[in-house]
Design a protein around this ligand. Structure first.
Ligand code: GLC
Ligand code: CA
Length: 530
């Protein structure tokens, strides 16, 4: 692996969705001062970087992914001064800041669009895609056509997401320059890297009917991140590529494009959408992880390790047991991901085992995608009850409910009515209860991350799978020079696994495991050094 990519292997990134993280002024909405108040907590977990979801000025049609000004902070989140303080406080703790860059679209309230839509001949007229007629029948991600009519221009503009998110026209060199300036602005502010929203869409492949992977994609990525000013940054692109050659074109070190990608193969796991449970989920996910660990190893690429984010509700509720074996499955999932080779990403609250809620009525939901999906499901013939259950399972709202910190009012998140209802399980699952429990998921995460950090084998070592596709468990080794670890993660049924050759036990999640006992109970894990 290239030296620069290799230097990112010791990052452990904590993702914050500011709206739902911590409310410092009791208006029901999380904010930057709330994040500052939790930095010591995040540090204690063993994290050394934060990916901050968009906190720019926005009318919130898509919760900040519709940016109205890339150089201003969203009113509800605080001020630029708060942001400066956050960056100072993070840097003084040795933590890196990964900003969320949204380059594919702006808000329709961004100055560029406000000007662009006024006429066909103004300085911003070609900042977006304008056509006299819709040139295709693409469907927008959150429903309806991607084309929206504007009488002032007597033309249509393209929006891959909501009507309030017009797609920028990157084929206009002025747009490229504007976005380079945005990146540089945040680098000057202190950003150490970027997570880039739907990076694969900034060049459209109209000819082949795709709003992504267009002919100039790599030229544009290179113009953003291959410059002297940006070459040192850690960059992770959200990208829907599942083909190794396609992936290499984004992250091969000598291309000066991105450091790594968020690939979704393991979350899609053979399904066309995320609202339907996967079959034999952990085995399927294991096979996909083995495939990508092997491929990225062979090609010297940096892999991203994640299960949850603001678009994908808690993995434990989708692939584990979030009821009586919540501790066991949360710790098993963490072990099977975060001891692999790559960059771990932990989504807020995942470190103490938050789960999805089950609400029975759409009034408890907020997200545009959820409402679009609900209407589609009902049209397809699902009853309203069934449709809500599917939204509980796969919708984005359950990834965005306020983080439950304590047994206090509003889960310790806020004393006010929260912008989206709290989890249905807030009195059972919160950080305070977790820390008070003998089976603390937070403490397990801490031990796991410190084990990882303390060993070259887990950071730099090669991965090799020991278990086979037909097994109901995952066993793999990580080896660096003379250091070797064997990681055993059993799934939902009991298994007999011969561990006699694996060495000394260094981590487990059942307190009565002493060594190499053969019987593995549901979601039992054991890590051996030898
Ligand atoms: C990405 C974001 C998602 C957002 C979309 C449009 O997929 O993760 O939250 O809605 O892009 O910006
Ligand atoms: Ca607030």
């Amino acid at each position: 692996m290239d030296k620069k990519q290799e230097s990112f292997l010791d990052l452990v990134i904590y993702q914050i969705y500011p709206r739902s993280f911590m409310d410092s002024n009791n208006d029901g909405i999380g904010d930057i001062r709330g994040i500052i108040s939790k930095l010591d907590y995040i540090c204690e977990l063993g994290v050394n970087a934060i990916w901050l979801c968009p906190c720019y000025k926005s009318p919130n049609k898509d919760n900040g992914y519709d940016v109205a000004d890339y150089r201003e902070i969203m009113d509800e989140f605080g001020t630029m001064e708060d942001m400066r303080e956050l960056i100072r406080e993070m840097h003084s703790r040795g933590m890196k800041l990964i900003m969320d860059l949204v380059p594919n679209h702006t808000s329709d309230q961004h100055k560029w669009f406000v000007e662009s839509k006024k006429s066909k001949d103004n300085p911003y007229s070609d900042y977006y895609y304008w056509f006299d007629k819709p040139i295709n029948d693409w469907r927008a991600s959150f429903g309806g056509s991607v084309w929206e009519y504007v009488p002032e221009r007597n033309q249509y503009y393209l929006h891959s997401y909501t009507i309030g998110q017009p797609d920028l026209n990157w084929d206009n060199p002025k747009v490229v320059k504007e976005m380079q300036d945005v990146v540089d602005f945040w680098v000057d502010m202190g950003a150490d890297g970027f997570r880039i929203d739907v990076i694969d869409q900034i060049s459209k492949d109209f000819e082949n009917g795709r709003n992504c992977f267009g002919p100039n994609l790599h030229k544009y990525i290179n113009l953003l991140f291959g410059r002297e000013k940006t070459a040192h940054l850690f960059t992770v692109g959200e990208c829907w590529a599942n083909d190794i050659e396609e992936i290499k074109r984004h992250i091969d070190a000598d291309r000066n494009e991105l450091s790594t990608l968020f690939q979704f193969d393991h979350l899609e796991a053979g399904r066309s959408e995320k609202f339907t449970p996967m079959e034999d989920s952990l085995c399927t996910v294991r096979d996909i992880l083995v495939k990508w660990q092997t491929l990225t190893g062979q090609h010297g690429l940096l892999y991203s390790l994640f299960t949850d984010n603001h678009d994908n509700p808690p993995f434990i509720s989708r692939a584990g047991n979030d009821k009586e074996l919540r501790y066991e499955s949360a710790t098993c999932i963490a072990t099977m991901f975060y001891l692999l080779k790559g960059v771990p990403f932990i989504y807020q609250g995942q470190e103490f085992g938050i789960t999805s809620s089950s609400y029975d009525d759409m009034s408890y939901f907020d997200d545009v995608e959820s409402f679009d999906m609900f209407n589609r499901l009902v049209k397809q013939g699902y009853s309203r009850e069934e449709a809500v259950q599917k939204i509980n399972f796969g919708g984005r709202d359950n990834a965005r409910r306020p983080v439950p910190w304590s047994n206090g009012v509003g889960g310790g998140f806020s004393e006010a009515k929260t912008w989206i209802p709290l989890s249905t399980r807030v009195n059972e699952i919160n950080l305070e209860n977790d820390l008070a429990s003998e089976k603390s998921i937070f403490r397990f995460y801490k031990d796991l991350l410190s084990l990882r950090k303390g060993s070259k084998a887990f950071i730099n070592g090669e991965f090799a799978a020991v278990s086979k596709n037909e097994d109901k468990y995952f066993v793999f080794t990580r080896i660096f020079e003379d250091e070797k670890f064997t990681v055993v993660c059993n799934f939902e049924c009991e298994s007999d696994i011969d561990c006699t050759e694996f060495g000394t036990l260094v981590l487990s999640n059942y307190k009565d495991r002493f060594g190499t006992e053969k019987l593995f109970r549901p979601y039992e894990i054991a890590v051996y050094k030898g």
